[in-house]
Design a binder for this molecule. Sequence first.
Ligand code: GCU
Length: 129
Amino acid sequence: GSTVRYEAENAAISQGVVEANHAGYSGTGFVNYDSVAGSRVQWTVTAPAAGTATLRLRYANGTTANRPMDITVNGTLVADELAFAGTGAWATWQTRTLTVTLPAGTSTIRAAATTAIGGPNVDYLEVQR
Ligand code: GCU
C-alpha cells in the first residue's frame, strides 16, 4: 500500500487560521479552527483506483472538552460528530483513524466542527490505501 500526507495548512480552510505556535506539527504549521460551528478544512486527495482507504487525522486538543467534527467524503457524511477528545496539551498530537471508500480520481474530504467551540488544531490528513 501507499500513504500520502496532505497538510492541513495547504488545504482549503474556511473559518480557521494557519498557526505554528505549538511544537510537534508536520509541515509548516497546523490549522486553528475558529470557535464556531461549521469551521472547516477541506482536502483534495487523489486515488488511482476505487477502493477502501484509511484516513488518519492528526490533531491536538489542549482542553478537556471533546471537539467533535463531521467528516464528509465528496459531500457524503462518513463520520457523524467524530470525537476529538483532549490530548493533554496543545503540543501533544494524536491521530484519529477511520475507514472510507474512495472512488478513482479526486475526492474532497472535509472535517467540519459541529459545535460553537470549533474544531481541534489539525495538523494533517493521511490517506493510506
Ligand atoms: C489556544 C491555543 C490554540 C487553540 C485555541 C482553542 O488559544 O493556543 O492553538 O486553537 O486555544 O481553544 O481552539
